[in-house]
Design a binder for this molecule. Structure first.
Ligand code: SAM
Length: 236
């Protein structure tokens, strides 16, 4: 990650540099990304992805796109469940640690797929990393066919004051230290800080509705520290 992309006062990049900053950051942490994820979430990240895939509720063999696929966790789960999966990510580093053939390098804001190409779409832990979430949701709506289903897994911030306190100590203080120990320091300071980019439930719902989705539902896990958002592409 180049120092020039970092704002001086915060672990967050400046708005103009966000895409490049995020891409370079994931390239740099890719070798130990999976290990840190599993340790940080006590392996519950995989449980949340599986819950999302099961909730897609589309027939086996359907075409599913995993956006911002990283090292391929969603792609592997989807393939093992019999879906015809394509993954896309803009970090070559992350893709190279996926060990899966057929993943594409590309930008979620301008994907190289035709309209209505997919029956389903997944996206794990990437919403807060996109430079423009509205553009990305419009792209999701463009590439998913009417009636197709999407599943977005993300971190979240608890609202209950006691849970919030415990979560704050863990996520804002312990996670950056674990990340620094197992991988590198700055990216794991960015991780908790980047939740400021996440719109709340009402805003996310309204963004998805205006991009062309309906039936938007939210399911929260672990005291609301993670969320799985499901929606259906309207227009059937
Ligand atoms: C936290 S990782 C999540 C990886 C994977 N989805 C998972 O569940 O572990 C976020 C991923 O989003 C990717 N990403 C961020 N912005 C992107 C964009 N505009 N286009 C494609 N990939 C992007 C990063 O390269 C990174 O691999």
């Amino acid at each position: 990650m180049s120092e020039k992309n970092l704002s001086k006062t915060s672990p967050l990049p400046t708005a103009e540099d966000k895409a490049r900053f995020v891409q370079e950051m994931f390239d740099s942490i890719s070798p130990r990304y999976d290990l840190v994820n599993r340790v940080m979430t006590f392996k519950m990240d995989q449980r949340w992805r599986r819950f999302g895939v099961n909730s897609l509720n589309i027939v086996k063999g359907s075409k599913v796109l995993d956006v911002a696929c990283g090292t391929g966790d969603f792609v592997k789960i989807l393939s093992s469940m019999g879906y015809d999966v394509v993954g896309i990510d803009f970090s070559i580093g992350m893709l190279s640690y996926a060990n899966i053939v057929g993943l594409a390098q590309g930008d979620a804001m301008k994907m190289p797929f035709g309209n209505s190409s997919f029956d389903g779409l997944t996206c794990g832990f990437a919403l807060r990393n996109f430079a423009d979430l509205e553009v990305v949701f419009d792209e999701f709506a463009r590439v998913v066919r009417p009636g197709g289903r999407i599943c977005l897994v993300e971190v979240s911030r608890p609202t209950n004051s006691i849970v919030k306190l415990g979560h704050g100590i863990y996520f804002d203080r312990i996670v950056p230290r674990v990340g620094a120990l197992l991988s590198s320091s700055d990216p794991y300071k960015y991780l908790p800080a980047s939740t400021v980019y996440l719109p709340n439930e009402a805003k996310l719902r309204s963004m998805l509705l205006s991009s062309g989705f309906e039936g938007v539902t939210f399911k929260y896990f672990l005291g609301r520290s993670s969320q799985v958002i499901m929606a259906t592409r309207s227009g059937l």
